[in-house]
Write a protein that binds this ligand. Structure first.
Ligand SMILES: C[S@@+](CC[C@H](N)C(=O)[O-])C[C@H]1O[C@@H](n2cnc3c(N)ncnc32)[C@H](O)[C@@H]1O
Length: 260
């Protein structure tokens, strides 16, 4: 993403100060309305009544994308044990055992939130400054929501690139990787959100490096989320695979004696 392809729009007068600070932090141009966006600008971010959103420009642009931990689909996934079975087994969550997890490709934070709702402490790492800002905003809103307060207290967030900025933390039991948005999903709305993020984040992904780094860091296991029929992330074959309705979780054990 070239710097002139994204800007911040000052659309909400009572969030002016935050918009200015965000523009400075992300080093992005700030404009006072959508009409002021230049022709090269493909995306803009803006504060609104519902928080910080990422939007695409253009007539056929899909709707705004934001981090929403109240999203009914996420809440359904949390409430229905069969929906979360695959990820639960994959990270080794059993009874009172709650592994410490590093979600090294946090994205919109849904998987991290699900794991935190099941009692795990999850540290989220996100390399895109824009996605990190969306996530930070979603967490801030969830912190003041009484239903979500305790879940969010188990989540922490860092801006950085796994494999580049992060030193190995010996306390991390599980490293969770979900580096790519799948090409197809069932729901049209999810498809729109993914479309926007795929466009924003298009670029090289060094999967081999990502997995090798994770295998060197995780005390117990590395879990890689894939679309159900997608090939493995790299030529390294996983030790276990758990299949969900649309996703597959490939598990790589790092300490063969501690597969729990
Ligand atoms: C498919 S999304 C993750 C979705 C997430 N599991 C969720 O539930 O919302 C992948 C995210 O990983 C981030 N990412 C990819 N490689 C990364 C790396 N090496 N370090 C940190 N973040 C990375 C991308 O910027 C993107 O936001």
């Amino acid at each position: 993403m070239k710097p002139n392809q994204i800007a911040i729009v000052l659309s909400c007068s009572d969030r002016e100060e935050e918009s200015i600070q965000l523009a400075q932090r992300l080093d992005l141009p700030l404009v006072s309305s959508r009409e002021e966006l230049t022709a090269e600008c493909k995306f803009y971010i803006a504060y609104g009544a519902e928080g910080l959103s990422l939007c695409m420009t253009g007539k056929a642009a899909p709707g705004p994308v934001r981090v929403d931990f109240s999203d009914p689909r996420l809440q359904y996934r949390i409430g229905d044990a069969t929906k979360s079975q695959g990820i639960v087994k994959a990270v080794g969550l059993k009874g009172s055992k709650h592994p410490a997890i590093l979600d090294a490709t946090a994205g919109m934070g849904k998987d991290a939130f699900l794991l935190a709702s099941l009692g795990c402490r999850v540290h989220m790492l996100e390399r895109s400054a824009v996605v990190h800002a969306l996530l930070e905003d979603g967490l801030q809103r969830a912190r003041v929501d009484l239903d979500k307060h305790s879940i969010v207290s188990r989540l922490s967030l860092e801006h950085g690139e796994f494999g580049a900025d992060l030193q190995c933390d010996s306390k991390v039991d599980v490293i969770y990787l979900d580096p790519m948005f799948p090409d197809r999903t069932k729901s049209a709305r999810v498809k729109k959100n993914m479309f926007v993020l795929q466009k924003l984040l298009a670029g090289e992904q060094q999967n081999e490096k990502l997995l090798v780094q994770a295998l060197n860091c995780a005390r117990k296991r590395v879990v890689v989320k894939r679309a159900k029929t997608a090939p493995h992330l790299t030529a390294i074959t996983p030790d276990i695979e758990f299949k969900g309705s649309s996703s597959r979780y490939d598990v790589y054990l790092t300490s063969k004696g501690a597969s729990d």
